[in-house]
Design a protein around this ligand. Structure first.
Ligand code: BT5
Length: 258
């Protein structure tokens, strides 16, 4: 089990991980973070679990993870007025994680809008950002992250689309060390974001994205938008050229047309 004390020793952060909860089993680290009483949910609280009984993706999809093999964690932020541009947080988060994976394992990653990290076309990391509000102001911002680390066999539904760092490198990976590296880089990213200097993370995300200039379909709610992916807007939205007009998408699932 990943222990709070072991993680703490490896952290070199301003905000994230000053307060850590570590569970053998929980419904979902994001659900726990959402419902955690404010007096325990300090800015930068980190929640880690070995197993989730109701791990969630976006739109209540299921996040599958074999017990004790991967990284499942959530970070609570109480940014107040600190972040002016919350829209770019998912991209900056993905970018900071992808950077650690590339540097630590000499792997090439691909960032898929809005928040997947792929290796050789398969998903290795998913990100779920949620928020709670009080009087129309953000109370808690919750960044949930699942990274497939040492899992080798995936359930049939995702066997062809999921991968892990172990599958890609052949190595048995030290999860505590990797978690600390990821948290340290997320903390650097957050410090840049609050002073409006996260451009490096956005540019690095764009450099790892393979959709620009390609015809893609983006499913957003019940609507499918097909067009050419042009860029990412300053608020994190995907800009598509559709029938000669530019449209902006804030959420969705993207497929690249061959
Ligand atoms: C995501 O959603 O990718 C966000 C996943 C966030 C998971 C973390 S774990 C810690 C924290 N606590 C939670 O309860 N959640 C967060 P989405 O883009 O909707 O992708 C979900 C889809 O990915 C599923 O419908 C499957 O097709 C696929 N999937 C499920 N488990 C996977 C895995 N381990 N690896 C790769 N793909 C997976």
């Amino acid at each position: 089990m990943i222990k709070s004390e072991q993680i703490s020793k490896l952290l070199n952060t301003q905000v994230i991980g000053k307060n850590i909860f570590s569970f053998e089993e929980i419904n979902s680290t994001n659900t726990f973070a959402k419902t955690l009483d404010k007096k325990f949910a300090n800015h930068g609280t980190l929640i880690i679990a070995e197993k989730q009984t109701k791990g969630r993706g976006r739109f209540e999809r299921k996040w599958e993870s074999e017990e004790g093999k991967n990284l499942l964690f959530s970070i609570i932020l109480q940014p107040g007025q600190e972040i002016q541009n919350i829209g770019i947080l998912p991209l900056c988060t993905g970018s900071a994680i992808a950077e650690v994976i590339e540097k630590s394992f000499s792997l090439k990653t691909e960032c898929k809008w809005p928040n997947d990290i792929l290796i050789n076309g398969k998903k290795v990391c998913g990100i779920l950002i949620e928020s709670t509000y009080i009087e129309n102001k953000i109370e808690k911002l919750i960044i949930g992250i699942g990274i497939n680390v040492n899992q080798e066999i995936f359930p049939d539904e995702i066997a062809d689309t999921a991968t892990s760092l172990k599958k890609e490198t052949g190595l048995n990976i030290n999860r505590t060390g990797l978690l600390a590296e990821v948290i340290n880089n997320l903390d650097i990213m957050y410090q840049k974001l609050i002073i409006n200097e996260a451009d490096y993370f956005i540019e690095s995300w764009k450099a790892k994205s393979s959709i620009f200039g390609k015809i893609i379909s983006a499913v957003s709610g019940n609507v499918i938008h097909t067009g050419k992916a042009l860029n990412i807007d300053s608020d994190g939205a995907l800009i598509l050229e559709k029938n000669g007009k530019e449209i902006k998408l804030l959420a969705g699932d993207v497929t690249i047309h061959k």
